[in-house]
Write a protein that binds this ligand. Sequence first.
Ligand code: NAD
Ligand code: ZN
Length: 361
Amino acid sequence: MSTLTVQLGERSYPIHIGRGLLHRAGELLKERGIAQKSPLLIVSDENVAGFYLATLESNLQASGYKTVSFVVKPGETSKSLAVFEQVITAAIEGGLDRNSAVIALGGGVVGDLAGFVAASYMRGVKFVQIPTTILAHDSSVGGKVGINHPLAKNMIGAFHQPELVLYDVDTLSTLPPREVSAGLAEMIKHGLIWDADFAQWCRDHATDLLALDATALEYGLEKGCSVKAEVVSRDERENDLRAILNLGHTIGHAIEAIAGYGEFLHGEAISIGMVGSALLGVKLGADPSLVDETKDMLSSLRLPTSLPSHLDTDRLLDAMMHDKKFKEGSITFVVPRSIGHVEVVKDISVSYIRRVIEQLK
Ligand code: NAD
Ligand code: ZN
């Protein structure tokens, strides 16, 4: 097991990463001072619960914890006000008090939902994350929790840091292969924005990562979390530095918005977006080899690097205009200068972006 300490302002919390941690959950919660007298609420989704909920419950109960579990449907639709209310109801009925903790056992969806319950229930109780997707390494750092409004994604939320994160890499063995690659897109993004050596390491260990080799995952997740922690701790409240975490996301979100439901996973969409950003980087002066290098890294992780031609350029541009990064005829973009170095560039004109999108096809 390796442990990374995330320091944000006055507070810090550990992210334990390793094998078999689900079987040590009770011990690790106790070590972190999570009260045994107050019930714990475990939130999970049907897929994850089928594999891991019983193991977690029995381990926690064997350590003297009382647990209540609430299982939601898999997928983004569970990040809703209606499901939020159901989880709060489960917390009240389960007798959770101010010393209780809410545990998220699942991917980013469960993490965001359970985290928001933890942030709001009785004005805030402790939150423990047990991420079961690779993508969720991204959501385990930074403290953003929340749900969607029918009119906009992630519109309702809070900042609520976890007490502790337990990343049991054994749980990743049941992830569908597309979810593995999509999670690796966010992992390599942390290299592309901050650490060229780490991006190259992901490229060199692509086969191990795709095969879910525990040693490679442990290193990659720790490094990904530590880059995010470094960026966030320098800029906890989202201004310029934190914006670099959005590499590939302006185009990626537009792809997600206009493509049919389920056509692209988030990680796949931002992979194409990161290639688009590299194309823009070259237009703004980066070495032309940046595009092929970026494509090579992403395709080694079995990620898409071009846009299917049926996605309409005007509709994509239109979706970007509705993104929060759009202001008066120009867009703010995270632009790579070289692998490992990016810059936030304001006022990029829409005609530039149009050319990038055409090149991506
Ligand atoms: P997810 O939670 O929907 O999980 C993806 C799919 O994999 C689901 O069907 C789930 O049931 C299944 N699954 C999860 N773990 C599994 C396992 N171990 N074995 C088998 N199946 C498993 O999606 P995600 O990609 O983890 O997260 C996406 C969400 O995260 C989005 O809602 C996004 O907004 C949010 N997010 C939040 C932050 C943040 O900072 N808070 C950052 C990035 C993403
Ligand atoms: Zn993302």
